[in-house]
Design a protein around this ligand. Structure first.
Ligand code: ZN
Length: 107
């Protein structure tokens, strides 16, 4: 988790409850890195919100750039110390608040 300042906010509860995995489409980790998107992760049950910034995404998934965000989302759990344990997690892109440029996959 990144401790940098962020403008990320929880989505409205109605939008959160309507979220379904099909909304994520076929975007991949590489798409997010190339677009300076953070992956915002919000638990539908307790509304706990986490941001995986582009550096976080690269650190976690830098060797699996073609991984679909939807596939990541399906495996997420609200599992940190203050999490509720729910598997019902919404994800959405958030434009990263810090400067970020990505030169593509490291060979
Ligand atoms: Zn939760």
């Amino acid at each position: 988790m990144t401790q940098t300042p962020s403008t990320l906010k929880s989505p409205p509860v109605k939008a959160l409850q309507r979220f379904h995995i099909g909304q994520v489409g076929d975007d991949t980790v590489a798409d997010y890195l190339g677009s300076s998107f953070s992956l915002a992760i919000c638990c539908k049950r307790c509304q706990r919100l986490v941001e995986w910034s582009p550096p976080d995404l690269e650190r976690r998934f830098g060797d699996r750039l073609n991984l679909r965000i939807a596939d990541i989302a399906e495996r997420l759990t609200c599992a940190a110390e203050d999490g509720c344990g729910s598997h019902d997690i919404a994800v959405f892109p958030h434009l990263y608040d810090m400067p970020w440029s990505w030169s593509g996959a490291k060979a």
